[in-house]
Structures are given as C-alpha cells and as structure tokens.
Design a protein around this ligand. Structure first.
Ligand code: B12
Ligand code: SF4
Length: 461
C-alpha cells in the first residue's frame, strides 16, 4: 500500500488561502534539493507520523537547512506529537502537537510577523537554546469547519497511490479519535480520548472530490457511533456515489451492528479490517481491548455470512512460545479462509500506556525497529527462534498462494485478483523478512536501514 499523505493535505488546505503551498511526497520524489531550489520556500513542514520513519524526517530537515539555514522548519504528526523531545538538537525549529490545522495557521502568522511563538497553543519550539512547550490547543469542535484536503497538491503522484490491489486509492476521514483505551495503541492518546464526526454531507463532499473509486476510511474504529454511521450510509446512497470502501471495525461493532454493516455493503463496502489481537482471553484483557474471544469468533461468522472480505490483525506477543505460534496458525487457517491476516509484533510505541508500563524492558532505541515487524521487548524464545516462528506464521499462511495448488484453488473460486495480491505479499515476505534479515536489522546502527537509497536519491540535483 502506498497512500496519499492526508495529514499534509489537511495542513496544506488550511494554509492555502494565505500562502503559496506545495507538497512533496518524499517516498516518490527523486530530488529534494532540486525541488527546494526551484520553489525557494520560506518555511518547510515535515510530517512525522510513523516512529520507524523518523530518521528520514531528520534527513529531510538536514537537507532543507543545509540548502538554506534561514528556512523556518516545523514538524507534526503522530510520532512528532508523542515524542517531540526527539527533535531537540535536530534541525526543527518547532513541533506542532496534535491536530494541526489551526496551530499551523497561527504558527506561520506569528513567525511571519515576528510575534513570539509563545502565543501559539499546541506548539513546542526552540528558543534561545532551550525547548519550550506551550499550553495544549483545544480540539476543533466542528470538524466541518476544517477545509477539505488539498488533494490537488498531490495529484502529480496520484497514479502511484494504491490500496492492496486497487489503484489509485484515496484516504477519507469520517471521524477522528476512538472511544476505546487499548494499552498498545497511540490513537486514542493522540486524539485525547475523544471521538468527533464530520457531518454526512461533508463526508459526501469529500468523497465526491476524490476521483478514486477505492477509498480507505482513516477512522480507527468505524461504527463506534452507529447513529452517525447510519446517516453516512443514507447520504452516500442519496448522493448516488459508487465507490468501493475499506474500513477498520472492532469485532464488537460487527456483532452489534450487523444490519448496519450489511447496509454499508450495499453502498460499496468491500473489505473490513478487524483488530482481533488475540485468541486468548487473558491476552485480550492484558491489552485492555475490552473484547471477548467469543465475540471475535462471532464477528468472523458474521463477516463470512455477509460475504464481506476481511483482514484480521493478531498481535504477536514477545512472550509467545512455540505452542502459541502453532495455536494461532491453526486458528487462522480454520477461521479466515481467503482473507489476509496480519501479525504485528507487540511494540510499545511512544505515547502508549504499554510504553509507560514496559519502558524499562525495551532492548533497543533504534526507531527503525519500531515497525511492528521486529521485537523491541525481550522474547521468551530468544530472538532467533522467535523470528523463525514469526516468519513461519506468515509463510505457512501465504505460502499456499505461490504454489500451483493455490493457483488452481483460486482459479476454481474465481478469485484470481486476491490470489495475485497474496502471492506478491508472500514473495515480499520471504525476501525481506527472512529470520536472518530481521536479526541483522538489530545489529545495524539507528537510521542505517532507511538510509538505503534515501540520501542518494533525495540529494541528487
Ligand atoms: C491510513 C493509515 C495508514 C496507511 C498509510 C497512510 C499514509 N498516508 O502513508 C497504511 C495502511 C499504508 C498504514 C501503514 C502503516 N501504519 Co498506519 N495509520 C493510518 C491511520 C489509520 C490514518 C492516518 C491518517 O491519514 N489520518 C488522518 C489525518 C488527517 O490525521 P494525521 O495524519 O494524524 O494528521 C493530523 C496531525 O497529525 C497533524 N499532522 C500530520 N502531518 C503533519 C505534518 C505537519 C508539517 C504538521 C504541522 C502537522 C501534521 O495535522 C493533521 C491534521 O490535524 C493512522 C491512525 C490515525 N488515526 O492517525 C495509522 C498510524 C499512523 N499507522 C501506524 C502504523 C504503526 C503503521 C504501520 C507501521 C503498520 C504496519 N505494521 O505496517 C505501517 C507503516 C507504513 C509506513 N511507514 O509508511 C501508527 C503509527 C504510530 C507510530 N508511532 O508509528 C498509527 C498512528 C496507528 C496506530 N495504531 O497507532 N497506515
Ligand atoms: S486499537 Fe482500535 S479500538 Fe483500541 S484504542 Fe486503538 S483505535 Fe481504538
């Protein structure tokens, strides 16, 4: 998946009326220096959403300041908010904390007119060699007041953005936040425990603005407010929109809102992403997931009955023994059929309750390992055996898709598209995440892995 930078589009939209704005997607740009030299910006904002990507954010800041040290630089996004101290001593002049649309407008206004940055709530900034954190900003009460994402600023990249197999694919927000409190999750912390919805009319306006047929809703727990969700379905129906949607839904919402899910299917819901997290009640309770294993199983039955394709996510605990991996393999084979499970390794991401609880045990401060594919907590099996089991879990499931038997099976079910996507995933998994490769990553110095290609490409003029 490579998807549009929606956070940056929101920031761009909110600045566009007062400033000349451009967005560079550094995953796709061959030369940052050339672009900066052409555009000659007074200020540069960098998105730092993913912890594992933070070294590339540092590199972008270095290149910008190396080109012109007077450019005002600021960062924002999930990681920057949760770990803003990481930017002390780096080339960022300020960090926007949390929701960015209003803060960034005030920030640039203050900076442009030489007013003290102390006035801007929701900001941390450099001042006379120290780092100052201002008061938090109030969350935006009416999300409809926020301008629609400035998609035109990334239209140059559109052919490259894709969901699993759908190209091009778009991201659309219907809500911000989540009412739940899972210990491993940073989302509810970031949105400060709130859940806010955009109006159905505004969502339809946003959906109509994107030319993509395939849309991933960014909501972390869609259907958390069933009444709102009913209204969105009505509005989509009334507007006659014909798109395909992917959404993230909790297992208990699937069980409690079966009819609503069926209505979503009628207006284009194509696939559902569900965080089942564990097949053991004790683990679910430890994660603070507030779900039962029975409920997860019921949700799977409902999804099959509704004929909805779905992806299930199961957390791999560093405490797993061989038997736990084996039990999960069995469960997935039994229950999931042709859907695509994912297996994130339990990772204390900055800002989470889990981070607070287990900070003392973390074995590496190399953020590149915080990609949920590496264990940064001590493993009961030892890293070597743990990764062997971890990769086996993936290959045992995906392997079937790259064998002639799998191909024949998929053909007989008329499911070639899914077969190809699974096969690609299996091949990429085998090549990039061999146990020895995962182990090797632990020995690399921080930032080394993401260096591959980045400076070489981005520095080219
Ligand atoms: C869509 C999504 C994806 C998409 C990709 C999105 C993209 N454009 O690249 C896909 C499905 C591919 C994906 C993959 C992954 N994701 Co993801 N994803 C999301 C999700 C659900 C929505 C992001 C979004 O667009 N939100 C809507 C926008 C408007 O919000 P926003 O980005 O936060 O922007 C606001 C502010 O942050 C701020 N802001 C943002 N950028 C900037 C920039 C500047 C300059 C400023 C001033 C402000 C600012 O202002 C914006 C408006 O208020 C979030 C959860 C969430 N709700 O945010 C997780 C999330 C970002 N993902 C997460 C993770 C862990 C991953 C994966 C590592 C998972 C995995 N195992 O593979 C991968 C990594 C991919 C990678 N490195 O590229 C974590 C990141 C946590 C962390 N600390 O690392 C999140 C927070 C989910 C979580 N459970 O905690 N993801
Ligand atoms: S994991 Fe999902 S349900 Fe739990 S707090 Fe995060 S977004 Fe909400």
């Amino acid at each position: 998946m490579l998807l549009e930078p929606l956070g940056l589009e929101m920031i761009g939209a909110s600045l566009q009326s007062e400033h000349q704005v451009d967005i560079l997607d550094m995953r796709l740009e061959p030369s940052l220096r050339r672009k900066v030299a052409q555009f000659k910006p007074d200020a540069v904002g960098v998105a730092s959403s993913f912890t594992a990507d933070v070294y590339n954010v540092f590199r972008v800041l270095d290149i910008v300041k190396e080109y012109n040290p007077h450019i005002f630089s600021f960062v924002g996004g999930q990681h920057a908010t949760m770990a803003h101290a990481d930017f002390i001593g780096r080339k960022a002049d300020a960090v926007v904390l949390g929701e960015g649309e209003l803060t960034v407008r005030e920030l640039l206004d203050c900076w442009e007119h030489y007013r003290p940055l102390k006035e801007v709530s929701g900001l941390a900034f450099r001042h006379d060699g120290s780092w100052i954190t201002n008061t938090p900003r109030r969350l935006i009460q009416d999300l409809d007041e926020v301008p629609l994402p400035a998609r035109s600023l990334v239209s140059k990249y559109l052919p490259n953005y894709h969901l699993i197999w759908q190209q091009p694919g778009a991201l659309v927000e219907t809500t911000r936040g989540c009412p739940h409190r899972c210990k491993f999750c940073s989302v509810w912390k970031f949105w400060r425990g709130s859940l806010r919805s955009r109006s159905p009319e505004r969502i339809v306006e946003d959906l109509s603005q994107t030319e993509c047929e395939d849309v991933l809703f960014t909501d972390d727990s869609a259907l958390s407010n069933p009444a709102c969700s009913e209204n969105i379905v009505d509005a989509i129906k009334k507007a006659g929109l014909r798109k395909r949607y992917i959404m993230q839904v909790r297992a208990d919402s699937i069980v409690n809102c079966r009819d609503l899910l069926s209505r979503w299917k009628d207006v284009g819901l194509d696939c559902v992403f569900v965080g089942f997290e564990s097949i053991k009640q004790q683990e679910l309770d430890n994660y603070g997931k507030r779900l039962t294993v029975d409920c997860c199983e019921e949700a799977i039955t409902i999804l099959h009955e509704l004929g909805l394709s779905f992806t299930g996510s199961f957390i791999i605990s560093p405490d797993f023994e061989k038997e736990d991996f084996a039990a999960l393999r069995c469960f997935v084979r039994k229950h999931m059929k042709m859907s695509m499970p994912t297996f994130p390794i339990l990772t204390p991401l900055p800002g989470t309750v889990l981070y607070k609880e287990r900070a003392a045990e973390i074995i590496s401060d190399n953020y590149e390992l915080y990609d949920l594919l590496h264990s940064i907590l001590p493993t009961r099996l030892g890293l070597n055996k743990f990764y062997k089991q971890f990769v086996r879990l993936h290959t045992s499931y995906y392997y079937v898709y790259i064998t002639p038997i799998g191909f024949k099976k998929a053909l007989s079910r008329g499911n070639l598209r899914e077969f190809l996507s699974q096969a690609l995933k299996a091949i990429s998994m085998l090549l990039n995440n061999h146990p020895w490769a995962l182990l090797k990553h632990h020995k690399l110095p921080p930032g080394q892995r993401s260096m591959n290609g980045f400076p070489k490409q981005a520095r080219r003029i």
